[in-house]
Structures are given as structure tokens and as C-alpha cells.
Design a protein around this ligand. Structure first.
Ligand SMILES: Cc1cc2nc3c(=O)[nH]c(=O)nc-3n(C[C@H](O)[C@H](O)[C@H](O)COP(=O)(O)OP(=O)(O)OC[C@H]3O[C@@H](n4cnc5c(N)ncnc54)[C@H](O)[C@@H]3O)c2cc1C
Length: 506
């Protein structure tokens, strides 16, 4: 059962991770495991991991994509009914994985309290989205119109409690206590550093023999005329990272290409999935409809938000939580709804500033901002990026608490520091729901009955929009079950339906 996974974002990595573990290891429906590492999972009689290959053209992997640069906010029950079972499964898997593998330390998994911050009382509750927790659709109008995901709770009528009832509001924000309203407690929302989670998943996969081909891309499916066996032909984009012949002795040739035998193919290339689909299945009648939605973000360090793991000995780390703060922007850059997340690692993520219609690059590339005084003429795109990042920086300067009376003795560490600026793309479907499931051979443009199930099955796991980190582990779990031919732990049947555009128009 060789498996080829195209795309090593958090969806592809989660899938490779669970496929490389014995089935049911970490299953949230069974009592908690006491395993502290999954590098050496418990032996299961007669079980052998399948051969798994990850293919990705990005030389920087999740350092330039949504999976590494996202906010990392996790919710248990903010989803439409058809996505809700997956949302709950995934939230439990995040907790279980963190408990089993030291997630608090390794990727900053932390329970989180959610707050609405009212910066302009007159505009309180002015959510533009119609999305609601418990509604049948998963309309993303909040995302497309510049609102924050907290409108999901507002539309559902979740009242929350006043600050006085809920306890401690985030003290690292410069706002009176009366401006905060608690909207979630620590039992149903959490936070991770998604880049560190991706790094953990990848290192565990590699430790268990998963092969990473990067930077490389799939160019075509190749079929043996006699046996009917299928391979995915991949092309290396940097010859220095090609595998050595001892890695893959039977199939490696000293060229830029490699044919990887494959019976299960998983398309998990985020916003690039339509392109991948079109490349491998050029006769398919339609291509998945997925729109890229760009989002800017910042990482900030503040003297008033210290890492939870390095809390003083007298402080019980279990009593400290991360914060998710949702607000509106009433400043000069008004028109978006900032989302601000404090992380266990001591950073604060600022985002919520999105850009519709921005062209997707051929391969993910890190944000490059103009360097002042370097004499280079700035392109319109660079100017746009610079303006967006300045808007977020202004917001951070306004919101983050700093010493009220800076003096000549103030050290730089008493001020906020910007540690990362970034731009990345979410894959968004027209329904707002992810596409998860096996693709019908007819939709791939393959002749009827040309492939038996044993020869080739193609699956898709993509279009998670603004929720790919939250839904990642559950998606990887159910895709693993599908590849093994098992019934899925939760019903994701409705997510197998996908919308397409006629071939050639993606
Ligand atoms: C600003 C922002 C904030 C967000 N905040 C949150 C949040 O707080 N919580 C949450 O749950 N979600 C959040 N999200 C959404 C989440 O980040 C995404 O849904 C998720 O990362 C998508 O993961 P992915 O693996 O599908 O795609 P990606 O992360 O885009 O990964 C796709 C991979 O496919 C690769 N690829 C490209 N072309 C090819 C090819 N030809 N062949 C093979 N591979 C290819 C890419 O190089 C990349 O590595 C946020 C998104 C953004 C943009």
C-alpha cells in the first residue's frame, strides 16, 4: 500500500503522521495512552507501516505557508453541523497528542480563553457575518468581509459572561477591564504554535521512515502496461536534495526524476491543489474550485507576556492560559477585525488583515518587505505589503501594554519587539467546508474500470479555509482510515462532495 502525499503542509503531515502509526494509537475514543513519544509506538502484532512519501515543491516548507504562519487558534465546537464531528475529533486529538508527546513544551499547545475587546462601544456586536455555531452552512462571510471568527459565537447567541464573572482578562493589552467580555473558556478553545507543530509532525514521520521529497513536484502518473501498477513521476527542483541511491535503490535513476510506486494518492496541496489536480489528471472533466485568500500577520514580543513554560517556580503553570482576543479596528486602517493570540512560547500573533484577489505564487515564497534606503524601486505589490504590515504594527503598538512612563532608564526589552512579518494563503472552498474524501475515478477522467481499488485510489484533503490548524489532526486521522479501507471514526461523508470548475478554467 505505498502512499504518496502531495503537499507537506499541516494536512499532508497529519495524514502521514497517523498513517505511520499503528491504527488506533492515540484514538480519542479509547482511554488515554501514557506513551510519552510516538517515535517508538507500541508494537502491534502483524502491523507494518505502509511506505509513505511526502512530495512538496517548497524549499522552505511551512516557513512560507499557512500551516506554519497561521494564528494557531483551536476550537472544539465553532463549526457547522456537517463539520462539527470532525471539529470535535480534531480538538480531542490535539489535546491527546499534546499530553502524550509533550506538546506544551514542544509546540506550545495551551488551553485558551477567548475575549471580545470592545474598542468602540458604539460598534459592539457589529458582526457582518451570518455564520453561526450550529448553522447548517459554513458560510465564511465573516472572513471575506473582514470580520473575525468570533462572530461565529455572536451569531449563535453565545452571550459569554462579563469580565467580573469570568476572571482574569489579558493584562498585556492596554484597555480597561470593562472593555473585555469573556466568550470562551479553556475547555473548548486552545492554541498551538503551528510551525512548531509541523516541525514535530515532520520529525516524527521521518523518524518512522516516511520519505520527504522536497523541493520536488509531481509531473504525471505513469502506468505499467503489463501489470497496471501506477507510479507518480516526480521532478526534483534542486538536484542537491535528490535522494542517494542507498535511500531508494530500486527506483532511483541519476536524473532529475523519480517514479514512486503508489496505490494511494493524497492531494493535500492547500491553495495549490487545483493546479496539482490539473497536472496529474489532464482529462478530468472538472477541477476542484479553491480560492486562495491571502492573510498578513505579525509576531510580537512584549514585556507583559512572558512564556508560560518559564513561569516562576511559585506559579502553577496549569493556572496560566493563553488568550484569543477578537476586536475591531477603529484606527486609520479600519476595515478589518483583528485576531490577536498570545502563545505559550511568549509571543503574540497579530492577524485578521486579509487581501482578496491576490495572485497565488507558483511556489510558496516568504514575504519580502522593502529595505529602507536600498535605492530599489518598489513594486505596487511591495508597497501594498508594506502598508498592510504597517497597519498591523500600528495596531500592535496601540494594543500592547508598555511601561506608561518611559524614562531614560527604560531598556529596549521594556518595549514591544516585532519578531516576524508574514503573508500566506488559505485554501477556501465556495461552501466554506473542507474537501475530504476519496475522489470518484470518473471525476479524475480515468476510463471506467481502468483501475481496480488495489491499483489506485485518489483522495483529497484540502480547502480548510480559516480552520486548517484546528481541523488538521482529525483530517489526517480520517484520511488514514480511508486509505486503510476502514470506516471513519466520525461521519465526514458530506465533506466528500466538492465543487469544481470546468477543466482548463482553474
Ligand atoms: C493568516 C492566517 C491565519 C490563520 N489562522 C488560523 C487559526 O488560527 N486556526 C486555524 O485552524 N487555521 C488558521 N488558518 C488556516 C490554516 O492555516 C490553513 O487552513 C491550513 O494551514 C491549510 O493547510 P494545508 O496543508 O491544506 O495547506 P498549506 O499550508 O498551504 O500547505 C500546502 C502545501 O502544498 C505544497 N504545494 C504547493 N504546490 C504543490 C505541488 N505542485 N505539489 C505538491 N505540493 C505542493 C505547498 O508548498 C505547501 O507546503 C489561518 C490561515 C491564514 C492565512
Amino acid at each position: 500500500m505505498p502512499v504518496v502525499i502531495l503537499g507537506s503542509g499541516i494536512i499532508g503531515l497529519s495524514t502521514a503522521y497517523f498513517l505511520s502509526l499503528p491504527p488506533n494509537h492515540l484514538n480519542p475514543t479509547t482511554p488515554s495512552t501514557t506513551t510519552t513519544s510516538t517515535s517508538n509506538p507500541p508494537s502491534t502484532a502483524d502491523w507494518q507501516p505502509p511506505e509513505i512519501h511526502l512530495v512538496d515543491p517548497s524549499p522552505t516548507l511551512f516557513r512560507a505557508t499557512a500551516s506554519g504562519l497561521a494564528g494557531g487558534f483551536l476550537a472544539k465546537d465553532w463549526f457547522a453541523p456537517t463539520v462539527a464531528p470532525l471539529g470535535a475529533l480534531s480538538f480531542d486529538l490535539h489535546r491527546r497528542l499534546a499530553e502524550a508527546c509533550g506538546g506544551k513544551e514542544k509546540w506550545g499547545w495551551c488551553e485558551t480563553e477567548g475575549w471580545n475587546l470592545d474598542r468602540d462601544k458604539g460598534e459592539e456586536g457589529e458582526g457582518e457575518g451570518e455564520v453561526g455555531k450550529g448553522r447548517e452552512d459554513m458560510d465564511l462571510s465573516w472572513l471575506m468581509s473582514g470580520s473575525s471568527r468570533a462572530t461565529l459565537l455572536a451569531a449563535a447567541g453565545a452571550e459569554g459572561s462579563s469580565q467580573e464573572e469570568a476572571g482574569t482578562h489579558p493584562k498585556w493589552i492596554r484597555a480597561p477591564a470593562s472593555a473585555f467580555k469573556s466568550i470562551t473558556d479553556r475547555s473548548s478553545t486552545a492554541q498551538v504554535d503551528p510551525m512548531r507543530l509541523c516541525e514535530f509532525l515532520l520529525s516524527e514521520c521521518l523518524a518512522r521512515g516516511v520519505k520527504l521529497h522536497s523541493p520536488a513536484r509531481a509531473t504525471e502518473l505513469v502506468r505499467d502496461a503489463t501489470s497496471g501498477a501506477t507510479s507518480v513521476r516526480i521532478e526534483y527542483l534542486d538536484t542537491t536534495t535528490m535522494p542517494t541511491s542507498s535511500d531508494i535503490p530500486s527506483t532511483f535513476t541519476p536524473t532529475r526524476t523519480l517514479d514512486i510506486p503508489c496505490t494511494s494518492l493524497i492531494l493535500s496541496s492547500g491553495a495549490w491543489t487545483p493546479h496539482v489536480f490539473n497536472t496529474l489528471f489532464p482529462t478530468a472533466p472538472r477541477i476542484p474550485r479553491i480560492n486562495p485568500l491571502a492573510g498578513y500577520s505579525l509576531l510580537v514580543k512584549s514585556p507583559y507576556w512572558q512564556p508560560i513554560s518559564s513561569a516562576s517556580a511559585s506559579e502553577d503553570t496549569n493556572t496560566r492560559v493563553c488568550h484569543a482576543v477578537f476586536t475591531s479596528d477603529s484606527g486609520a486602517g479600519a476595515g478589518f477585525s483583528p485576531e490577536v493570540f498570545s502563545r505559550a512560547g511568549g509571543e503574540i500573533w497579530f492577524g485578521g488583515l486579509n487581501k482578496k484577489g491576490m495572485a497565488l505564487p507558483d511556489t510558496p515564497t516568504p514575504l519580502v518587505l522593502p529595505v529602507p534606503g536600498d535605492g530599489e524601486e518598489m513594486s505596487p505589490r511591495m508597497l501594498e505589503d508594506e502598508k498592510a504590515i504597517e497597519t498591523l504594527k500600528d495596531l500592535a503598538r496601540t494594543l500592547c501594554r508598555v511601561p506608561s512612563t518611559p524614562s531614560s532608564t527604560s531598556t529596549p526589552s521594556a518595549q514591544i519587539e516585532f519578531t516576524r512579518t508574514s503573508l500566506c494563503f488559505r485554501p477556501v472552498s465556495p461552501t466554506g467546508k473542507p474537501y475530504i474524501g476519496r475522489i470518484d475515478p470518473a471525476d479524475l477522467g480515468l476510463p471506467a474500470d481502468s483501475y481496480s481499488d488495489a491499483q489506485l485510489q485518489v483522495f483529497m484533503g484540502t480547502a480548510h479555509g480559516p480552520w486548517g490548524i484546528s481541523l488538521s489532526l482529525g483530517t489526517g486521522w480520517v484520511l488514514g482510515e480511508m486509505v486503510r479501507g476502514e470506516e471513519t471514526s466520525v461521519d465526514v461523508g458530506p465533506l466528500a462532495k466538492w465543487q469544481g470548475v470546468a477543466s482548463g478554467k482553474a
